[in-house]
Design a protein. Structure first.
Length: 365
């Protein structure tokens, strides 16, 4: 009977992957996260392989209960038990799973080494680790209800086993006893041999499957799943998790379309000439340059509003002054007007400045 399956660890994988995806997390911390992910995936694979072999035989059994992934806290101590099998004889098999990809080696002193990249690497003894879990489990059993015989409380017995992958190689010493380290597919054979060598007196404390299940449910009720704080574990601050501001987008300044050429209207004002850049000519000189008579030029200037006639005399207007025209008096020649040489600069009908293709005073305009 299976009372508890392995806790889903997908939420932990998602959280680690999320931290790893943050570009602002320093490279050294990203390396630690990648290592954590690697070990977690390897552990999950090993637990899954062992769980399959355990469930294959013990799952349908009417004489055993199975609890996967049991985490107990008691008096400040913690036991993280990968798998637990409890039978009707109150024999408790505490199983520690290790996924050694390239195998494990044990020396004469009971020291463990794993192979990583073809080189040995020392690790803590999983046997010692499991023995510590059993010490916590013994104390926990004292706190739950147990069946009695003749007024005496029945006590469980404990067996520590380390399961490795069925494909892993195990280097065993000759002096140090390593029979408690076995491949996951050898577990059922080991349990059956252990039962054959047991004392007949142990049958006196056999319990029913219902009683066995009640003991198991009490243990499952004490399960406290681990809620890791990966930010604290890897020293990741909130500032590291803030999104990186994107670079500012440079919007090119639009180039205005050139103003369309337009015809000059007699009603349109003339653009002021740039005095500093142009030479000024008298009306006669300007008419000569344009190839027209002076009288014709005066008529056109009057039509454009640069000059005006009052009482038979010609006067320069404010518009004429804006266009750069000037009124002068010569002691020798009398009054005259000066005009910018480039008087062809004008305003269009829409009051936008533009340049005509030719002089506004040509004979064809």
């Amino acid at each position: 009977m299976i009372l508890k399956d392995t806790d889903a660890k997908s939420v932990h994988l998602v959280e680690l992957a999320s931290l790893l995806s943050k570009p602002s997390v320093p490279a050294d911390k990203q390396a630690l996260i990648e290592r954590e992910l690697k070990f977690m995936r390897a552990g999950m694979k090993g637990e899954s392989e062992s769980a399959y072999d355990i469930d294959f035989y013990s799952g349908p059994s009417k004489n055993r209960i199975v609890i996967h992934d049991l985490r107990l806290e008691h008096n400040g101590r913690v036991a993280q038990i990968d798998h637990l099998i409890l039978n009707r004889l109150l024999e408790v098999y505490v199983l520690e799973t290790k996924h050694f990809t390239e195998g494990v080696s044990i020396n004469e002193q009971g020291e463990f080494s794993i192979w990583f990249g073809g080189k040995p690497r020392g690790i803590p003894s999983p046997l010692e680790q499991n023995d510590r879990h059993i010490e916590v489990l013994k104390d926990v059993f004292k706190t739950i209800q147990m069946p009695t015989r003749m007024g005496f409380r029945l006590q469980p017995s404990f067996e520590s086993l380390v399961l490795v992958s069925k494909n892993a190689r195990i280097g065993r010493p000759t002096a140090f006893k390593t029979d408690r380290v076995l491949k996951s597919d050898q577990l059922e054979t080991w349990i059956e041999k252990s039962a054959e060598t047991g004392s007949a007196l142990i049958l006196a404390k056999i319990v029913s499957l219902e009683t066995l299940a009640e003991i198991g449910r009490q243990l499952v009720a004490l399960h406290k799943p681990l809620v890791p704080d990966y930010k604290a574990k890897f020293g990741i601050t909130e500032e590291m998790l803030r999104p990186v501001a994107p670079p500012p987008v440079v919007v090119p300044t639009p180039i205005p379309a050139p103003a369309p050429a337009c015809e000059i209207s007699a009603e349109a004002p003339i653009a002021p000439a740039v005095e500093a850049a142009q030479t000024k000519l008298t009306s006669s000189k300007l008419a000569q340059k344009l190839g027209i008579k002076t009288s014709e030029l005066i008529e056109r200037l009057v039509a454009l509003g640069l000059l005006e006639l009052r009482e038979g005399k010609t006067f320069i207007t404010a518009k004429g002054k804006e266009a750069g025209g000037e009124f002068r008096v010569s002691p020798k020649f009398g009054p005259y007007f000066l005009w910018p040489e480039g008087l062809g600069v004008s305003y269009c009908k829409n009051h936008r400045p533009c340049y005509s293709s030719g002089s506004i005073f040509s004979r064809n305009t």
